[in-house]
Ligand binder design. Structure first.
Ligand code: M6R
Length: 608
C-alpha cells in the first residue's frame, strides 16, 4: 500500500525523501511524489510509474531545495494511477500539502460539503478532501485544523502534512494506517515503515490511533485528538539496515528464500529450552489452555495458508477443534464466539486491515486474541492480548517466503504446547517432534542446494497458461501456498485443489501438457493422491510431484519428482514449500516479471 516519508531538519529534504521512498518501494505503488518548502513556497513534483521517473524529474531531488518535505508512493484506490492523482495533494492556494495512506471512507460526503462551500477539486482521490478540509478549518493554528478535520474523517489514514505558514514544523497523524516517527542527528522523520528511516535512526516511535506528532526545532512532540500532550517511548530497532537490502542477491525474494533456515531457527530457538517448549508470551497457564474448547485461526493470503496447515496440526496433536477463516469473511459473518474460544490471528506485517478488524471484533466480544506477528510494534502486535513474534526479520519481497516459514513453525510449537497441556501426546512424542523441528533449518538448506535443477524445470514452464496444484490434508494446504506463489509473481493462472475434489469439476480443465503439481507427503494418503495423479495424467497432464524421500511409488505417475527429507508428518509443509517457492521464482524470472514487486500487489494491505 502507499508509503509515506517526511523530513524536517538541517539537510536538504528531497534526497532523504527519495531515499526513504526507495526503501518503501516493496509496499507496492503506481506513482510517486514529493512536496518541499523552499523558503518561499511549497514546490512539488509527481510522476506516474516507478520512483526512478520522479528521480529523473527532480534530478535526484536537486531541483527541490528546502529542508522540510513530505514524500509518497501511491497505490491507487480512488482514481486511476496518474500524475494528477499522485500525492501530495493541496488546498487551492497550495499552502497546505498532504500525503496519505489509507481510505477516507466518507470522502464523497465531505467532498460534497466542500464543493458546496466553493472548494474546487482537481483529482479523483479521497486524499484531496483532506487538504481542502484542513484549509476549511485552518485559522492560523495547524493543530486546531488537524484535530477538527480528524473529527470529521471516517476510515483509515496516516497523513504527513506541511503548512506553508509554519515552515518550521512537520505534522503527521494516524488512524488505522501505520506511521512511525524518529529523531536523527540532523532532523526528524516520519514514515510508514522502519526501513525508510533506519539509515538515520534506530529509535522509533510507533504512533497509536488518533495520535498526532508535531516535529519542530529538532523536537518530537506527541498529542492526542484533544490536543493534550502525550508521552511516548521509543522502541529500539534491533535489526540492521543491511537486513532490508539485497546483499548481492538478484531479488529480495531469492534472498529471503535463502534466509529461511536462519529465520526458522531464530523463531524456534528461544522457545525450546532444555528440551522443553516454553512460550512465555502466550501468557496462559496449562489450566487456561485446557479451558479453551475452540480455536479460530484468522488471516489473509499466505498467512491464512499457514492457518490451514495449523488446523491439521492442532486437531491432530491437541484434539481441539480449529476453524480457519479468511479475515475478510470472518469480520462480517457474525462468528460464534463464546467463552472458551481463542482467536489466533496470523500476520507478517501486523497491519493487514481485515486481520486487524477480525482481532478487534473478537476483542470487543470478549474473546482472547493471540497474534502471531512478524513486525514488532505493529498494530496487531499492540492490540492482541498476547503476541508470539516470528523472528523472520524484515521481509521486503511482496511474495512472502521466510515469514510464511516462521509462521508455520510458531504454529507447530503452539499446537505442541496445547497438546502437552491437554495430555493428548506423550512425552516421547514431544521429544521426537522437537528433534524433527530442530532438523528443519538444515533440511531446508539441503533443499536450497538443489535450486539449479528446479530452475531448469521452471524454464520449461514460463509459457504455461494454467497450472494446478493438488494435495490432500496438509498437502492441500501446501498446494494453496504453491499456487498463490506462482500466480502472484508470474501472472500464470493457477489453482489449488484438494486432490479428491478434482473429479467434481476441475478435471475438465486438464489438457494435453497442462502442468499439475502434486504434493504427496502424507503417508496415509499416498495411495489416494497417486490415483488422482493418474487420473489427470491419463487426460494429458504433465505431473510434477513433491514427495518424501523413499516414496518411489509416486514415480509411476509423476514425470518429474522432487524429494524432501524425512520429517514428522505434521511438519512436511516446511520442506515441501521450498521447491514450490523456487519453482515460482524461476518461472517469474524466466518470464521477465518484476519478482519483488508484482503488478497490482502491495506488501501490506492496510485498506479493506
Ligand atoms: O502481512 P500479512 O501476513 O497479514 O499479509 C497477508 C497477505 O496479504 C500476504 O500473505 C499475501 O498473500 C502475500 N503477498 C503472499 O505472498
Amino acid at each position: 500500500m502507499c508509503g509515506i516519508v517526511g523530513y524536517i531538519g538541517a539537510k536538504q529534504a528531497a534526497p532523504i525523501l527519495l531515499d526513504g521512498l526507495d526503501k518503501l518501494e516493496y509496499r507496492g505503488y503506481d506513482s510517486a511524489g514529493m512536496a518541499v518548502y523552499d523558503g518561499k513556497k511549497i514546490q512539488f513534483a509527481k510522476a506516474r510509474g516507478r520512483l526512478k521517473i520522479l528521480r529523473e524529474l527532480t534530478h535526484d531531488g536537486a531541483k527541490l531545495p528546502g529542508c522540510l518535505g513530505i514524500g509518497h508512493t501511491r497505490w491507487a484506490t480512488h482514481g486511476v494511477p496518474s500524475n494528477t492523482n499522485a500525492h501530495p495533494h493541496f488546498n487551492e492556494a497550495e499552502t497546505i500539502a498532504v500525503v496519505h495512506n489509507g481510505i477516507i471512507e466518507n470522502y464523497a460526503r465531505l467532498k460534497k460539503m466542500l464543493v458546496g462551500k466553493g472548494y474546487r477539486f482537481v483529482s479523483e482521490t479521497d486524499t484531496e478532501v483532506v487538504a481542502h478540509l484542513l484549509d476549511y478549518y485552518y485559522e492560523g493554528d495547524p493543530m486546531d485544523a488537524i484535530c477538527k478535520a480528524m473529527q470529521r474523517m471516517e476510515g483509515s489514514y496516516a497523513l504527513g502534512i506541511i503548512f506553508m505558514d509554519h515552515p518550521g514544523r512537520l505534522y503527521a497523524v494516524r488512524k488505522d494506517s501505520p506511521l512511525i516517527a524518529g529523531k536523527a542527528e540532523d532532523g526528524c522523520l516520519i514514515a510508514s515503515d522502519v526501513p525508510a528511516i533506519l539509515k538515520y535512526t534506530r529509535d522509533v516511535y510507533f504512533l497509536q490511533n488518533e495520535e498526532i506528532v508535531c516535529m519542530e526545532a529538532g523536537q518530537i512532540n506527541f498529542f492526542n485528538i484533544d490536543k493534550d500532550p502525550i508521552e511516548k517511548t521509543a522502541t529500539t530497532i534491533e535489526w540492521d539496515v543491511s537486513a532490508a537490502e539485497k546483499a548481492g542477491y538478484e531479488h529480495f525474494m531469492l534472498k529471503e528464500i535463502y534466509e529461511q533456515p536462519k529465520a526458522v531457527l531464530d523463531t524456534l530457538n528461544p522457545r525450546i529450552r532444555n528440551g522443553k517448549i516454553e512460550i512465555e508470551e502466550l501468557g496462559m497457564t496449562d489450566e487456561e489452555i485446557r479451558a479453551i474448547h475452540k480455536i479460530y485461526m484468522v488471516a489473509c493470503g499466505s498467512a491464512y495458508h499457514t492457518a490451514v496447515t495449523a488446523k491439521y496440526v492442532f486437531e491432530g496433536l491437541a484434539r481441539i477443534p480449529v476453524e480457519t477463516d479468511l479475515a475478510s469473511e470472518f469480520r462480517y459473518r457474525d462468528p460464534i464466539l463464546d467463552e472458551g474460544t481463542l482467536l489466533i490471528v496470523v500476520s507478517q506485517s501486523g497491519e493487514t486491515a481485515d486481520t486487524l478488524a477480525a482481532l478487534r471484533e473478537a476483542k470487543q466480544r470478549g474473546v482472547r486474541v493471540l497474534g502471531i506477528v512478524n513486525v514488532v510494534g505493529s498494530s496487531i502486535a499492540r492490540e492482541a492480548d498476547n503476541v508470539m513474534y516470528t523472528w523472520a526479520g524484515p521481509e521486503i519481497a511482496v511474495a512472502t517466503t521466510k515469514a510464511y516459514s516462521t509462521q508455520l513453525v510458531a504454529e507447530y510449537l503452539l499446537a505442541m504446547k496445547f497438546a502437552e497441556a491437554r495430555g493428548t501426546v506423550t512425552q516421547q512424542e514431544i521429544d521426537d517432534m522437537l528433534l524433527d523441528l530442530r532438523r528443519l533449518p538444515q533440511q531446508i538448506e539441503l533443499l536450497l542446494d538443489h535450486k539449479e535443477k528446479l530452475q531448469r524445470f521452471a524454464n520449461r514452464y514460463v509459457a504455461a497458461r494454467d497450472v494446478f496444484f493438488i494435495g490432500r490434508g496438509i498437502d492441500y494446504a501446501i498446494s494453496l501456498e504453491g499456487s498463490l506463489k506462482l500466480k502472484e509473481i508470474s501472472y500464470i493462472h493457477s489453482e489449488a485443489y484438494a486432490a479428491g475434489e478434482l473429479k467434481h469439476g476441475t478435471i475438465s480443465l486438464i489438457e494435453e501438457g497442462t502442468l499439475v503439481a502434486a504434493v504427496v507427503t502424507q503417508k496415509d494418503l499416498y495411495k489416494k493422491t497417486i490415483s488422482n495423479m493418474v487420473e489427470v495424467k491419463t487426460r494429458g497432464a504433465f505431473l510434477l510431484a513433491v514427495t518424501n524421500e523413499g516414496n518411489t511409488e509416486v514415480e509411476k505417475a509423476a514425470d518429474y519428482v522432487v524429494y524432501i527429507p524425512e520429517t514428522n508428518k505434521y511438519f512436511t509443509n516446511s520442506l515441501a514449500v521450498i521447491p514450490l517457492q523456487i519453482f515460482s521464482y524461476y518461472v517469474a524470472l524466466g518470464k521477465g516479471c518484476d519478482v519483488d514487486k508484482p503488478r497490482n500487489l502491495a506488501k501490506s494491505v492496510t485498506v479493506e
